[in-house]
Design a binder for this molecule. Structure first.
Ligand SMILES: Nc1ncnc2c1ncn2[C@@H]1O[C@H](COP(=O)(O)OP(=O)(O)OP(=O)(O)O)[C@@H](O)[C@H]1O
Ligand SMILES: [Mg+2]
Length: 252
């Protein structure tokens, strides 16, 4: 049975639907990348999967092997969160209680888990440092170590490379890919479609067009071709040409 199965899911706020008709599943070992334009509902979907908000309709079915609170979450960073006045150790340790907030006491196993995950992410030496004084890349490693405290099975990552330079971005992707190879399933929101298709096994594209399938199926789909082209146009303006007589179907 899949770790997570989503059936006819609609997500949004109160009765306002942001995205509807979502159907997909995540199996052990999958690496699902969620793509779509700003405001298309990616973060809303993730929060709904985490039960931080209610679905408007449809079902989210957890596999037998996945318990409540066994999902690691790296939230989309806001300016306020980047300025958080807690130590690295405190933030990592707070991951031991799933996606929730802080609590004052932790047991010995939880403290060991926090240290082990800081070591795994190469941030043990930063343990006593204040989170807000760290670089963007260090902060994302802290949040990844925190997410790992909640799970050995599945990580939900909301734009984990946002704001990072290309070198640090590439290291972060390698780190996530290693975790996936160790057997942790990944659901990652990303705007970086070329890296999404490089690392992911499956793609969920949400927005006006919804697509779910393997990476190869996505690359063959109209949604995939269109989105990839839009991104190339944004990155390399002027390098994309209209094919003669193509009525707007561009070729590169
Ligand atoms: N708490 C809220 N109450 C009402 N509407 C909200 C709330 N949070 C987000 N929205 C709206 O829901 C829509 C989807 O937001 P969401 O954050 O899920 O988009 P996103 O795909 O993650 O975008 P981005 O790529 O910019 O992170 C947006 O129109 C947003 O304004
Ligand atoms: Mg978002």
């Amino acid at each position: 049975m899949a770790l997570l199965t989503v059936k006819d899911l609609s997500v949004g706020f109160s009765s306002h639907v942001i995205v509807k008709g979502l159907n997909f599943s995540v199996n052990a070992g999958d690496y699902l990348c969620v793509v779509g334009e700003n405001g298309s509902g990616k973060t809303t979907l993730m929060k709904t999967l985490l039960k931080l908000q209610e679905p408007i309709s449809g079902q989210i079915i957890k596999g037998d092997s996945l318990k409540e609170n066994e999902i690691g979450y790296l939230p989309q960073q806001t300016v306020v969160q980047k300025d958080f006045p807690a130590s690295v150790y405190e933030i990592v340790l707070s991951g031991c209680q799933g996606a929730g907030g802080f609590r004052p006491f932790y047991n010995r196993e939880e403290k060991k888990l926090a240290r082990d995950n800081m070591e795994r992410m190469g941030i043990l030496s930063l343990s006593g440092r204040c989170y807000r004084e760290l670089s963007g890349g260090q902060q994302q490693r802290v949040l990844l170590a925190r997410a790992l405290c909640a799970t050995k099975k599945i990580l939900l990552l909301d734009e984990p490379v946002s704001g990072l330079d290309p070198v640090v971005t590439s290291r972060m992707y390698s780190l996530i890919s290693e975790l996936n190879k160790e057997g942790i399933s990944i659901i990652m929101i990303s705007h970086d479609i070329s890296s999404a298709v490089k690392y992911a096994s499956h793609i969920l594209h949400i927005g006006d067009r919804i697509f779910f399938g393997t990476k190869d199926q996505y690359l063959e789909s109209n949604a995939g071709k269109f989105f990839l082209l839009q991104q190339r146009k944004a990155v390399y303006p002027g390098d994309v040409h209209f094919a003669p007589g193509s009525k707007g179907e561009e070729s590169i």
